[in-house]
Every structure is written in C-alpha cells, then in structure tokens.
Design a protein around this ligand. Structure first.
Ligand SMILES: Cc1cc2nc3c(=O)[nH]c(=O)nc-3n(C[C@H](O)[C@H](O)[C@H](O)COP(=O)(O)O)c2cc1C
Length: 144
C-alpha cells in the first residue's frame, strides 16, 4: 500500500460548479482504481492524500500534477504504508474549519513547513509527527 501526501495552491478560485464536477470525476476515477484519500481545502491551499497501490497512486498523481488549476505542488510524503486510513473514502473533501483544533493546527504547521516557494523547513521526524497527529483524528472518526 502506498500513500502520497502533497500540498498545492489553486491558481484561482473554482466556482461551485467547477468544484462539484472536479470532485465527481475524482471520485469516479479513484473508485475505479481503488484509490482512497482526502482533500482539505483552506482558501486556495490544498492538502491531498492519495492511497492505493503504488502504480494506481502514481498514475493518478501524474495526472493531478499536470492540472493547471493548481500550482506549486510539494510532496510531503510518498511512502509504502501498512494500510489505508481513508478506507471507503474515494475522495473525502473537508474544510479545515470543520476539523478539530488539534488537526487543524497540524495542517497549518505543515503549510508553514512546506512554503509554496522556497526550501521546505523542518525535519522528517517533525513532518511525520504532524501527519500522525493529523491522521489519528481521521482514524478515530473512521472507526466511530
Ligand atoms: C486539487 C486537485 C485534486 C485532484 N484530485 C483528483 C483525484 O483525487 N482523482 C482524480 O481522478 N482527479 C483529480 N483531480 C483532477 C485531475 O487533475 C485530472 O483532471 C483528472 O484526473 C483527469 O481525469 P481523466 O484521466 O479521467 O481524464 C484533481 C485536480 C485538482 C486540481
């Protein structure tokens, strides 16, 4: 099982209609390829997780990377992992204002550690700690 986490920035605000059709298409594609994950949208800042076989995740990520609706893609994690966190979510979409404070703060810290331009800050252990805390909130929610 492979997990890829990236950050990016929308080049412009999407209309509700555009967002809707992008999400619908993503869910169809991801469900077909057994890719699961979540997309967090804070203003124009994107945080997305893609999980699945390495081949399926990388194939989809190469398409996503080419998409001109966003820019400044920064890979936060691309690793073999023990299992899925977002089982059953072909692509969950969440606004951070609806997330608990601890997880929201982890997300903001990740945005700070990976600025849109320039070198990433922080070390691998710090990044992993933030991801673990951010994901543990989801694991609780999924288990509920
Ligand atoms: C922020 C962002 C996230 C996206 N996430 C996904 C995704 O999870 N799955 C997906 O199929 N397409 C996603 N897309 C759309 C892809 O960039 C691309 O338009 C789409 O995969 C093409 O689908 P097709 O191969 O059926 O033509 C995303 C686009 C953006 C801008």
């Amino acid at each position: 099982m492979h997990r890829l986490v990236y950050l990016s920035q929308l080049t412009r605000r999407l209309s509700a209609q555009e967002a809707r059709s992008m999400i619908d298409l993503s869910r169809r594609n991801n469900a077909r390829d057994a890719v699961t994950g979540v997309l967090l949208l804070q203003g124009r800042c994107i945080f997305q997780v893609l999980e699945g076989t390495e081949e399926a995740v990388m194939r989809r990520f190469h398409k996503i990377r080419e998409d001109t609706r966003h820019t400044h893609l920064r890979i936060v994690q691309s690793d073999t992992v023990g299992g899925r966190i977002f089982d059953g979510w072909s692509m969950g979409v969440l606004m951070p204002q609806h997330m608990p404070t601890i997880e929201r703060n982890c997300l903001f810290s990740l945005f700070e550690l990976f600025p849109a331009t320039g070198q990433p800050r922080g070390d691998e252990a710090q990044v992993l700690r933030l991801l673990r805390t951010l994901f543990s909130g989801f694991e609780l929610e999924m288990a509920a």
